[in-house]
Structure formats: structure tokens, C-alpha cells
Design a protein around this ligand. Sequence first.
Ligand code: CTP
Length: 420
Amino acid sequence: MTGAGSRRVVVGVGGGIAAYKACSLIRHFSEAGHDVRVIPTRAALEFVGAATFEALSGNPVTPEVFADVEHVPHVRIGQEADLVVVAPATADLMARAASGRADDLLTATLLTARCPVVFAPAMHTEMWEHPATQANVATLRAHGATVLRPDSGRLTGSDSGAGRLPEPGEIGLLGDVLLERPDALPYDLAGRRVLISAGGTREPLDPVRYLGNRSSGKQGFALARAATHRGAHVTLVAGSSTGLTAPSGVDLVEITTAAQLADEITARASDADVVIMAAAVADFRPVHVADSKIKKDAGEKTTPPAIELTTNPDILRGLVAAREAGDGLAETVIVGFAAETGDDRGGVLDHGREKLARKGCDLLVVNAVGDGKAFGTDDNTGWLLAANGSETALPLGSKTLMASRILDAVTALLPGSSGD
Ligand code: CTP
């Protein structure tokens, strides 16, 4: 019996050195209270023993279909699963799964599962890039599975390149989202170019100090992660972002100031199908940036210096203005964000409506902030306002879940989509 909120999660483990990383993924799901069933391939057991998987999951572990036969496990486990995550997914395992083989318990389970299935590949770069593997990946995606992009970096030997297992924490996060929303990651942004800004800008006062804001970058990074798993080519232009690492497969461009952000976004927007401005951009910057540290007391009694500010360009408004002037971006979906506290002139939603009209973007994501809401948290809530007048509540959920809902709305607006 599984408890309330508890789901049946199958963790498939392929035979690669990254099999040991599956242990933290198993922990992730079992600590969340889910009933975890680990199914290794025979080769996986060369890397990690069944006892480890049994201890971590609390369930028996075998790669064979001829164990526990009276319970028909080769059919039942897949049928009853709410989520199957294969990590690491080796080239051989994906080839067998893509061709519908059922020669061990894991592939039999993959054939009978009707829930979301995630493959987290790990292999050498040559294997990943081989046309045979890429064809198998395409087949698995066409069958409805989510195949993550491997990370780039150091591989087993001295070589490095694309082929590292995505971080188990990231895989676990995607699993959580799919348990909550099974259709959260369709492969519907293939071939699309998505440009996302994230984090906060910092406007220097002197070499030590800056004017900044509380943005953590988490929502923008979650959007980048979800868009890349939906097949998009993602460029993430990121300001300060509390030590977040760029999701696998995303091109990261780092900036500090609003002016740098404006340059990077403006240079790339005309090539993008979607521009999402999730960054918290400083509206003003100091007119003068001191070359050396501003001293509290420069030898004589001083009054605090006044900081003269000047206005930064409004990047989002600039993109919309370019489109209105017929200067490209005619088919680009432009998305803005509004972090609002509400005040005596109106509530959060009132300010959001006013901002959508003022900015002229296609979609505006409105979040309530302050009192510990939104900034730096892992959860988010709000509204999605569209230029056509539709208003959709975004229920409380992880920023990854929120990202998938925002991307649904974006996808529906893309030329050539069924919602077009
Ligand atoms: N934005 C931008 N350039 C700026 C300021 C904001 O592109 N100089 C974008 C943000 O990335 C966000 C949206 O505009 O997508 C709304 O940002 P916000 O700071 O809420 O809007 P403001 O126009 O600055 O309004 P206010 O600060 O008065 O609420």
C-alpha cells in the first residue's frame, strides 16, 4: 500500500559508471514518501550491488523477469507505475527500449508503462553523437518519453564532452513535476530558439558596491530547463543568480548591469522565436561610478553623498516598440514578468493589468512578492495575463511546474501551433 500523496516510482538503472549516481535519485523519491522500485539491468549490477538498491528503496531488486513470477512483475510493475525514470540511460539500453525489446525486467517494464517516462542519458560523447543513438533518442521522444540532454564535462576517463549524467537533483525535480502534471514536458519546442533573461542586475556605485535586487534567478533558470527539455535551443542571459548552475544543454551568457543585459538581448532577439524577460532589471543606475571605493569620511566631517541616478533602457518595451515599428520580431512571442506587492493604487493583479497594457508584450506573468513570497523561494504562484485579455491563475507549485504552464501558453501562441 502506498500512502496519501505517495506514488509508485520506478527507477531504472543502466550499466554505466554513473549507476552510483542513481542512488541519490532513489533517495530523492523515497524520502518524498514514494514507493520506489529499482530495476537495474544486469550490467548495472556490475557497478552497484542489488543490496544497495534494496536498502535505499526498501523493495526487492532483480534485473530478471523470472523472479517472483506468480506476481507477473514484467507486466505489473510498468502498468502500476506513476513515473519511470531511467538513470543512467546507456546507448545500449535506449537502443533496446527504442526497438521495443523486452529481454529483461527493465525493458519489459518500459513496454508496459503508460505513465511519464524519463531517460537521463550518460555515455561517451562519441556514443551520444552517433546517428544510431540520435535516431533512438528521436524514436523514444516520438513514443512520448522525455529524453534529457546529457551534461557536458569530464567523462569517466581523461576525456570530456557531452555525455555526463544530468545532475540527479535536476532529474528528481523533473520527476516531481511529472508526478504532479504528467503532460508537463511534451517535445513541442523542437527547433525553436528561446531567449530567456534571468536573475537580477547590479548597477555599480564604486568597485565595491552596487544597487541590486532580491531576484534569485530560479524562475528564469526553471524556464530555461523546461524549454530545453521540450526541445528548444535555449540561450539564458543571466545576472546575479545565487550560485545556480545552467541547466544541461543551455547556452549561458553572464551579465552584470542592465545595459549589458540590454545589449545581449537586443543582439539576439531577432533570431529568437520566443523572448522571455524573467530578469529583474534595475530601472535606474548611478550617473557616476567612482573609480575607487567611496570613503565614509575623507579626512573631514562629511555628509552622506547623494547618489544621482539616471534611467536604464526598458528592454521589454524596446522589443515591443521595435515590433510595432515593423523592425522585425513580427512572429516572436514576447513574454514579460511583473513582480508586484500591490499598494494603495491597486492590488497585485491591477498593477499586472496596467503593466501588460504599458509594456505591450504578448504574455505577462504576474507574481505577488514581499512577505517572503516569490524571491528566492522554490515555489511560486500568480497569474498569466495575455494580450488577448485572457487571465489564467497559476496555482502554487514549484518554479519548474510554473515554467511548464508558462511554456504551454507560449507554445499556443507560436506561429504554426494548433493554438495559432
Ligand atoms: N524590464 C525590462 N527593462 C527594464 C525594466 C524591466 O525589460 N529596464 C522588464 C522585466 O524583465 C520584466 C518587465 O519588464 O519582464 C517588468 O519589470 P518591472 O520591473 O516589474 O517593470 P517596470 O516597468 O520597471 O515597472 P515598476 O518598476 O514601476 O513596477
